[in-house]
Design a protein around this ligand. Structure first.
Ligand code: 2P0
Length: 406
């Protein structure tokens, strides 16, 4: 029997995911239900992750949240959607907690009405323009589930925070099935293949700009749904077949197929942005130079050895295999010579220096653009959310307030 306990603290981490079949457009704004299914690769948390501590205590008088050290308004609609739907929906955490506790008497008799304190930090700069809401809301959903000691599908909890967050609940290769039901119960994430499935796959993030984007994803996709006939065509006539093909390529570890489809789907997503009225453009000149570089690199080799994808910003995410990383990084350095912080240009997994052959240099045929790429983060496929056991990992102290160093 557990002794009377009036507070519980858990700390969890969750990964960033990169879509290779893109989500863009909702059929239900409130429930965050998409107009098409999507598929993503979960990145390794050694390079990019969110860490979240959740504490429930009978001593707390209100729910509170700190993001990257700053207290934020817990009343924000997306956070409230996550928290409150736990209390009312059958698949939600608080309800599950109630069920679980009635069947297991050794769990501490914590009141479900206890207030929660939450603190969350990213190990990467939010300003780098890298998607942080997916990791953030996946981590929130996971931490809340753990602090209440429950298990079950958390897709709905994470999705209500940010659509793409449900894909960060699993490692490896993850599909977000759009579902058909009006209540969204079948709009869930599921793992297509685990992180161990394709060990040679590598991911390079080419950070182009740290500027805040002009059009946020939520508003951007809403305008696209309202105005782009191409987006409707994409969702209805293109994505279903692409999902099936992408799943096949992943299962077969077919890089040619995977890479080509990844590039085509990124390009079509950005085409729907341009088809939106007023138009949205997320790519900049450096993004377009990277696209050119990738196609020249592949043409030189006579096969698809490298693939790009771009989200709602100018940064490129590159997929390749381990035997190609060093040569491609040499090509990037040639086309975008580092301007400052030369020794910090490469972060993440080590990449051995490689020479650029005269043939490849000639094939690229590009005048160098110094400083176009600010830095590169080398990563790989990784696991889903984790719970950290060490108490020192908690971002909140015994008083429920952020630790000074957090
Ligand atoms: C994706 N993006 O599939 C696509 C590709 C951006 C481009 O998911 O309104 O932040 O919170 O559901 O999840 C960005 O959209 O939007 C996104 P909400 P979210 O990764």
């Amino acid at each position: 029997m557990a002794s009377e306990k009036h507070s519980v603290a858990v700390t969890c981490t969750a990964p960033v995911n990169i879509a290779v079949i893109k989500y863009w457009g909702k059929r239900d704004e409130k429930l965050i239900l998409p107009i098409n299914s999507s598929l993503s690769v979960t990145l390794h948390q050694d390079q990019l992750k969110t860490t979240t501590t959740a504490v429930i205590s009978k001593d707390f008088t209100e729910d509170r949240i700190w993001l990257n050290g700053q207290e934020e308004d817990i009343g924000q609609p997306r956070i409230q959607a996550c928290l409150s739907q736990m209390a009312v929906s059958p698949s939600t955490v608080r309800r599950l907690a109630r069920k679980r506790r009635s069947g297991e008497e050794d769990l501490p008799p914590l009141s479900l009405s206890y207030k929660v304190h939450i603190a969350s930090v990213n190990n990467f700069p939010t300003a780098a323009g890298l998607a942080s809401s997916a990791a953030g809301y996946a981590c929130l959903a996971y931490a809340l589930a753990r602090v209440y000691g429950v298990e079950g599908d958390l897709s709905e909890v994470a999705r209500r925070g940010s659509g793409s967050a449900c894909r960060s609940l699993y490692g490896g290769f993850v599909e977000w099935q759009m579902g058909e039901r009006a209540d969204g119960k079948d709009s869930v994430a599921r793992q297509v293949a685990p992180e161990s499935h394709w060990p040679e796959l590598r991911v390079l993030i080419l950070v182009v700009s740290a500027e805040k984007k002009l059009t946020g994803s939520t508003a951007g996709m809403q305008t696209s749904v309202e105005t782009s006939p191409l987006l409707r065509f994409r969702a209805e006539a293109v994505v279903p077949a692409r999902m099936a093909e992408m799943i096949r390529c992943v299962k077969e570890r077919n890089f040619q197929g995977f890479g080509q489809l990844t590039m085509k789907d990124s390009n079509q997503f950005h085409a729907t942005c341009l088809d939106t009225f007023p138009p949205i453009s997320y790519l900049n000149d450096t993004s377009r130079r990277i696209i050119h570089l990738v196609h020249r690199f592949n043409a030189h080799h006579g096969q698809t050895k490298v693939a790009y994808t771009f989200d709602a910003g100018p940064n490129a995410v590159i997929f390749t295999l381990d035997d190609t990383v060093a040569e491609f990084v040499a090509a990037v350095k040639h086309c975008f010579p580092p301007e400052s912080n030369k020794d910090k240009f490469l972060k993440g997994l080590p990449v051995r220096p490689a020479p650029l052959s005269d043939e490849l240099r000639a094939a690229l045929g590009m005048d160098p653009t110094p400083g176009g790429v600010k830095y590169i983060i080398a990563s790989q496929v990784g696991p889903g959310p984790q719970m950290l056991d060490q108490p020192h990992a908690h971002l909140l102290g015994p008083d429920g307030l952020p630790k000074p160093e957090a």
